[in-house]
Design a protein around this ligand. Sequence first.
Ligand code: FES
Length: 122
Amino acid sequence: MANITFSSPVMAKDVTVYAVAGDRGTILAVAKSHSIPIPFDCQDGECGSCLVQVEHFNPKAKAAVALTEKEKEVLRQLGKITKEEIVDAEVNDIPPRYRLACQCFVRNEDILVKFEGDKTKP
Ligand code: FES
């Protein structure tokens, strides 16, 4: 079961969606299919527009964290991941705070996804 709650100052209220098995793409794909306005551009892990904060409701549920070199580099450039967090993700399976929504696949767990959004758009 994967309930994904999206929260942003650009949304009137938090929205929780249920991502069914077999229909789980990236956080960005799930957001788009539910009209959640996470900003995006390249959709390829390069621009950093889709930066989101991901909170795991059960942080003790360890699962391998798949961070690509590209995602690590962009998060580093944005100052959103530390060397320690990269080691924790790769060695200890502890998820970092920030992810790129277009690179982060939804798994079988409940998460809270926060994003700033573009306040200039409705
Ligand atoms: Fe460009 Fe995700 S949309 S990094």
